[in-house]
Design a protein around this ligand. Structure first.
Ligand SMILES: NC(=O)C1=CN([C@@H]2O[C@H](COP(=O)(O)OP(=O)(O)OC[C@H]3O[C@@H](n4cnc5c(N)ncnc54)[C@H](OP(=O)(O)O)[C@@H]3O)[C@@H](O)[C@H]2O)C=CC1
Ligand SMILES: Cc1cn([C@H]2C[C@H](O)[C@@H](COP(=O)(O)OP(=O)(O)O[C@H]3O[C@@H](C)C(=O)[C@@H](O)[C@H]3O)O2)c(=O)[nH]c1=O
Length: 287
């Protein structure tokens, strides 16, 4: 049976994959077991498993910190995907890689398509965009999926941050002028399994956008988290200028998902429905 290696297996998306793809021939490797910037170490895993697919869930995801650690972010988000693409080419494996809505500047109105111009506003987005380009230049057999605002019951994310902050604060202020789409990482994990299950064909390689359906600001997202979890807190909408951060984030990053829906025959859940599911799972874990 062909093996699928998941890199960044202990991150948020990696753990969602472990949860939804239990019965697959997947090998989950942590950052310690497989450092994606270490070619010699990766090569040993390729030799051991001769994988049919690599799913790269590993990334440098600290958006603000990246502004001060440009070299490290570039090593993980740009150079390492190039190393992976080179190894996939040598071993004839399909590379599935995850990218981000933060490749967009955010000044466009209307849905962002795969062909829309990317122009990142920060180091994280730039290094991720460069990672996409690097893969595209090295190895044709790839699927790159740009997603946005990932959250789940695992690792660190906005939903868990909001619930944690609400425990010892009486009020919270959240930006209402950055608009995008929250995406339950479990839904994305299910899509990745479906894509692999259906045997990827040559005409399916390329770049795709995937998020949940719908549109929200970070304020709307926080509001729904508190509403759906019956959390009592005073929540105020604020402007980006009133919440200064090191990295500038896109004001608008709602993506058009027509291509992935059509190509893989997907029905995508609305973000509020998926948020409900996630909060339910979080509750089960806590009880
Ligand atoms: N989180 C989000 O909101 C979004 C994420 N994305 C993209 O989705 C993908 C998955 O993100 P997510 O699961 O949320 O991120 P996480 O930060 O939860 O997980 C990233 C994982 O990468 C690992 N990692 C970091 N450096 C290396 C390395 N050199 N070698 C191997 N592993 C490494 C980390 O391990 P360790 O902790 O041990 O360092 C961590 O387990 C990423 O490509 C990200 O850019 C896209 C849009 C939104
Ligand atoms: C905690 C907090 C954040 N915010 C704002 C800051 C920011 O504009 C927005 C989101 O904050 P965060 O820093 O949690 O999220 P951020 O790390 O910017 O999330 C991004 O992560 C990377 C990895 C991606 O690829 C993106 O798609 C996106 O999900 O909310 C508030 O307004 N109030 C608050 O109390």
């Amino acid at each position: 049976m062909s093996k699928i290696i998941v890199l960044g297996g202990q991150g948020q998306l990696g753990q969602c994959l472990q949860s939804v793809c239990e019965d697959k021939a997947m090998v989950f490797l942590s950052s310690k077991e497989a450092d994606i910037s270490n070619e010699a170490q990766l090569e040993q895993w390729f030799i051991q498993y001769n994988p049919s697919h690599i799913i790269n869930c590993a990334a440098y995801t600290a958006v603000d910190k990246a502004e001060d650690e440009k070299e490290e972010a570039s090593k993980i988000n740009t150079i390492a995907p190039g190393i992976l693409a080179g190894l996939c080419k040598r071993f004839d494996a399909i590379l599935i890689h995850i990218s981000t809505d933060f490749v967009f500047e955010g000044n466009q109105t209307g849905l962002l398509e795969e062909t829309s111009i990317a122009n990142p506003t920060g180091v994280y987005g730039q290094t991720k965009l460069d990672g996409e380009t690097t893969i595209q230049q090295i190895w044709n057999k790839h699927i790159i999926i740009r997603t946005s605002w990932l959250y789940s019951e695992y690792a660190n994310n906005f939903v868990k941050t909001m619930l944690r902050l609400a425990q010892d604060r009486e009020e919270l202020k959240v930006v209402a002028d950055q608009v995008g789409t929250p995406t339950y990482a479990r839904d994305l994990a299910e899509v990745l399994c479906k894509i692999i299950d259906n045997n990827i064909t040559e005409d399916e390689y390329g770049l795709y956008h995937y998020s949940n359906e719908g549109v929200a600001s970070w304020y709307d997202f926080a509001y729904a988290v508190f509403e759906l979890s019956n959390t009592n807190i005073r929540l105020f909408p604020i402007k980006t200028a009133d919440f200064p951060t090191k990295a500038k984030r896109p004001a608008y990053s709602v993506m058009d998902k027509s291509k992935i829906k059509k190509q893989f025959n997907l029905v995508i859940p609305n973000w509020r429905d998926s948020l409900k599911n996630c909060l339910q799972r979080l509750k089960e874990i806590q009880n």
